[in-house]
Design a protein around this ligand. Structure first.
Ligand SMILES: [Zn+2]
Length: 363
């Protein structure tokens, strides 16, 4: 917190002094590097050797100097100013926005649990009409993806936020609590340029996003929903009271001796129409306070980590097969297997006729 405050203050100073926004400068440097340019950074300048594909994209020569300082050698054809609206910056932003940003890191652990998996499995998983006994645990490298999604909940007010969820890349299964544990895990995080994620493994994750984030999102939006509900009820109460007093007033006016026969009939019709009018107003309120939620993936972090592949012998009645599980050193738990039918992570496991794990609902 303190650090980021210092950084902000420093940034503002830098902006005043050099006339360059350090965030823009950093963004440009990272963008160029990510796309294979060789950089030399000086105080307020970036000197870059641009590879062919990037030259065409940004419409620049091979060797450029990017600067935010307008007092520099502006007349130089290789000199580019980094200010908002500058074509080179606009093109970088447009390119960066074309795909969901993909980050990558590797986790390094001094120690990964090496035994006691049977006990862990017995503690964590409940198997129905089946027994699994651990046969071995092998060192493996496995991959997780953390998806950060932006959600917008729209009602009478709007609420936005970010929600991060972790998936096992191998199985596509949602891994509960992994995002929360990542900050506290004993491993070192080494950032590196990620390899591309194959579209097929991404699509299996994407189909899981909605299902698995729904519950998390509901928890996150609970206070918002509560507040909208409270206002909805308050408005309904006020509206009902208003209509009640309106009706009383109109009924009293029926007794007015100067009212003509037509006028009385007209007023009575209006009184008769009040309940329908109130119902329609309540319907409007319901629309006003109902919550629409949109969720969109914003960034993906690909994490490579050592893990343990647990091999167990599964016996269901007189049938048996090998049953594989993954020990996750970040959560220090076994990743709950995904239901073969609905992909939900399950800790209470039933098995279907093919001896695949399924949840209670899909069994
Ligand atoms: Zn299921």
């Amino acid at each position: 917190m303190k650090n980021s405050l210092v950084k902000t203050m420093k940034s503002e100073n830098a902006l005043d002094k050099e006339g360059i926004d350090p965030e823009l400068f950093d963004f440009a440097a990272r963008f160029l590097q990510f796309h294979g340019a060789a950089l030399e950074k000086e105080e307020a300048d970036i000197e870059a050797l641009i590879p062919d594909h990037l030259r065409a994209l940004l419409n620049v020569p091979e060797h450029i100097r990017i600067s935010g300082d307008s007092t520099g050698e502006e007349e130089n054809a290789n000199q580019y100013m980094l200010t908002y609206g500058a074509p080179i910056l606009e093109q970088m932003i447009a390119t960066a926005m074309q795909s969901i940003p993909l980050l990558g890191c590797r986790l390094e652990f001094d120690y990964v649990k090496n035994g006691g998996f049977q006990r862990l499995m017995d503690e964590q998983l409940t198997l129905y009409k089946a027994v699994a006994s651990v046969e071995s645990a092998a060192d493996v490298k496995t991959e997780y993806a953390i998806l950060t999604c932006r959600y917008i909940a729209q009602s009478d007010e709007q609420k936005e936020g970010l929600l991060s969820v972790a998936f096992n890349m191998e199985t596509g299964a949602f891994v509960p609590a992994m995002v929360e544990q990542l900050d506290n895990c004993t491993g070192r995080i080494v950032f590196k340029n990620p390899e591309k994620i194959e579209p097929c493994s991404l699509s299996s994750i994407e189909s899981n996003i909605e299902k698995n984030t729904r519950k998390l999102l509901e928890e996150r939006l609970e206070p918002f929903r509560h507040s909208m509900n409270r206002r909805f009820k308050r408005d309904i109460k006020n509206m009902a009271e208003y209509y009640k007093s309106l009706e009383t007033e109109m009924r009293n006016s029926l007794n007015n001796p100067v009212l003509s026969e037509n006028g009385r009939a007209d007023r009575q019709a209006k009184i008769d129409a009040l309940p329908a009018e109130l119902a329609s107003k309540i319907d409007d309120l319901f629309k006003k306070y109902s919550i629409k939620i949109r969720l969109k993936p914003n960034a993906i972090m690909r994490i490579q980590t050592p893990a343990k592949k647990i091999v167990s012998k599964l016996s269901v009645g007189r049938w048996s097969r090998q049953f594989f599980l993954t020990y996750n050193p970040v959560t220090r738990a076994i990743d709950p297997p995904a239901c073969h039918q609905c992909d939900k992570p399950i800790t209470h496991i039933h098995f279907n006729a093919d001896l695949e794990p399924v949840c209670f609902d899909c069994r």
